[in-house]
Design a protein around this ligand. Structure first.
Ligand SMILES: [Zn+2]
Length: 90
C-alpha cells in the first residue's frame, strides 16, 4: 500500500501516466484495471480510504515495492473523478 498525499504525489509517475496514457477500466469503485496499450501489460490498482487517508496499491513490480507507479497515478485520477461524480449524484 502506498499512502497518497499531495506531499508524496509522485510527479514522475503523473508525468509518465500523461505520456503513456494507459487505459483505465473501472472494475468497481476503488478497483481499477490499468493497461499499457503499447505492451498490453495489465495491472490491478486498488484505492481505499482509511482513517481519512487515501491508500493505493498496484500489482506491478514497482507497486509491490511500494513505489508510486504511473498505474496508480492513472487509476487515482479516474478514482477522484468517479468519487466526484458520486458526490455530485447525491
Ligand atoms: Zn503499477
Amino acid at each position: 500500500m502506498i499512502q497518497l498525499t499531495t506531499a508524496t504525489a509522485n510527479e514522475n509517475a503523473i508525468t509518465k501516466a500523461r505520456t503513456v496514457k494507459p487505459r483505465v477500466r473501472v472494475q468497481s469503485f476503488g478497483s481499477y484495471t490499468v493497461t499499457n496499450k503499447t505492451t498490453g501489460a495489465t495491472y490491478t490498482v486498488t484505492c481505499e480510504k482509511r482513517d481519512g487517508k487515501r491508500f493505493a496499491s498496484c500489482t506491478c513490480r514497482a507497486g509491490e515495492l511500494r513505489k508510486a507507479c504511473y498505474h496508480v497515478a492513472a487509476a487515482v485520477a479516474a478514482h477522484i473523478q468517479l468519487a466526484a461524480d458520486k458526490q455530485a449524484a447525491h
